[in-house]
Design a protein around this ligand. Structure first.
Ligand code: SF4
Length: 482
């Protein structure tokens, strides 16, 4: 293995972020520095459907890789662009692999949604698993995992319903976890805004329900996320959810999250509205780590709330995180084993990602130096969960993840979360309420989607008031009236 430092340039600015993501995935073997060896990637058009990616390594003038792409005849502009970008990344990956001697588990594949690409290739009649291994250099184990996930989505994944998903955001938490990069506000710091937020969010949800009903759109799933929605009181939750009183849906999930914010009264509010799924997120079963990462609950709280939630008839998801600070393999193994022993309906295994805005990032914490440990942890969770009857059914990747791995949601048979599948595969419109919520209008036939983001901060969201809802109505007008 060789470590290199490069100064990377490209004539395709529009693809720069994707190239940089691949280069960053190679950290610590590849470091991007202004005074590093100069490497350039350019893309030339040779014919109407033929392009060439050229990589030049100026330290080694003999190295000049030329990768020719023949695009599909009749492919539309969006597809052509994404195929050119993909092939340029393949050329860059091949260069980095040759230069460092290191292969990545996901090869040249970057981006959040590997399964979406897998579904897309399959729909085009391409053998997606073969394409992932042979063309994108994804490891056979990861290609097999992605293929199983797509397979396990059968019965829920669909592209032919006219239903929409409803997302309600409550970006408030009782304390801040050290790895958190969400724009979630600490309850004690925004206490004056909470009541006005609940009032406006109530009107926001009512407006969304009215808009969907007038458009004749049925609701497929409702998801209340955050933050930690259960940071609110039972009365506040009741007020926010009350416009959903007479609404029909296939699935209703609340990401309760922190065990110390959940109690029987709040769970009863959820029951009354027909919520079927909640999360009780341990992240780890090691008390020392919980204290270090800023969670203000005990391991006992996890067990206590889990039992209450199950006795009340909820399906429960539990989130775990691999590579938490100062945890070794044994710590993580204990957490996986403890979660499995409880037998929840869903378990989601995240791999720590250190993103901008988190306390860990500000402290200079580096999670990418022990890729082997990350891989061992994740492999243990895959084997253990599958061995105990859990099926991987959705996945996503994030930037800055330990070992360039992934987050995987597992479920017991028939316990898939519709919302999680829809949001990852981008097959359904999403109507979002609340600060930071992002609505999506999906035009599957045109292979495009449009996004509308609500203001991120509570203050701006409150300031804009009903304007947030007017904008959303305008945004969906074309979609719902077409
Ligand atoms: S519970 Fe989630 S949203 Fe809240 S601080 Fe922790 S990571 Fe951030």
């Amino acid at each position: 293995m060789t470590n290199i430092s490069i100064n990377f340039t490209t004539d395709r600015e529009e693809f720069l972020n994707d190239f940089m993501e691949l280069l960053r995935a190679y950290y610590p073997y590849v470091v991007i520095e202004r005074d590093g060896d100069k490497v350039s990637l350019s893309i030339d058009q040779l014919g109407s459907n033929t392009y060439q990616c050229i990589i030049k390594d100026y330290q080694n003038p003999l190295y000049c890789s030329k990768n020719t792409i023949n695009l599909e005849q009749n492919a539309d502009y969006v597809r052509q662009k994404s195929d050119i970008k993909r092939h340029a990344k393949i050329a860059l990956y091949q260069y980095l692999q040759a230069k460092t001697g290191v292969s990545l588990p996901y090869g040249s594949l970057t981006g959040i949604r590997p399964t979406k690409l897998f579904h897309d290739l399959t729909a085009r009649g391409i053998d997606a698993e073969k394409y992932f291994t042979d063309i994108l250099s994804v490891s056979p184990a990861k290609a097999d995992l992605i293929s199983s996930i797509c397979h396990n989505q059968r019965g829920v994944y669909c592209t032919d319903t006219d239903m929409a998903d409803l997302f309600i955001n409550i970006p408030i938490c009782v304390s801040r976890c050290v790895y958190c990069s969400f724009l979630s506000a600490e309850l004690s710091k925004i206490s004056k805004s909470v009541e006005p937020y609940c009032d406006l969010l109530h009107r926001d949800v009512a407006d969304a329900v009215d808009m969907l009903s007038k458009a004749g759109k049925k609701i497929r799933s409702i998801y209340v996320g955050g933050g930690t929605p259960t940071s609110l009181t039972a009365e506040q939750l009741q007020r926010v959810l009350s416009p959903l009183d007479k609404v029909e849906f296939r699935e209703f999930t609340v990401e309760a999250g922190r065990p110390d914010t959940i109690d029987r009264t709040k769970l009863q509010v959820f029951k009354d509205f027909g919520v079927g799924r909640i999360s009780v997120n341990p992240q780890t079963f090691n008390q020392k780590t919980l204290d270090e990462i800023g969670r203000k609950h005990t391991v006992d709280d996890i067990y206590k709330i889990y039992e209450i939630a199950k006795n009340m008839g909820f399906d429960v998801n539990m989130d775990l995180i691999a590579m938490l600070p100062n945890e070794d393999f044994e710590d993580f193994r204990r957490s996986v084993d403890s979660a499995v022993a409880l037998d929840p309906d869903n378990i989601t295994v995240h791999t720590l990602a250190i993103k901008r805005g988190s306390a860990l990032k500000l402290d200079g914490y580096d999670n990418k130096t022990d890729a082997d440990l990350a891989e061992n942890m994740v492999n243990y969770s895959i084997e253990t969960l599958i061995g105990h009857g859990y099926m991987p059914y959705y996945m996503y990747k994030q930037k800055y993840m330990s070992g360039n791995l992934e987050n995987i949601g597992y479920c017991k048979a028939g316990k898939e979360c519709i919302y999680n599948i829809d949001i990852m595969e981008e097959t359904h419109d999403v109507v979002a309420c609340g600060a930071g919520g992002i609505s999506k209008a999906v035009y599957l036939d045109q292979k495009r989607l449009e996004r509308l983001a609500n203001p991120k901060g509570l203050d701006v969201y409150l300031e804009r008031g009903e304007d947030n809802m007017l904008k959303r109505r305008e945004f969906f007008e074309e979609k719902f009236n077409s």
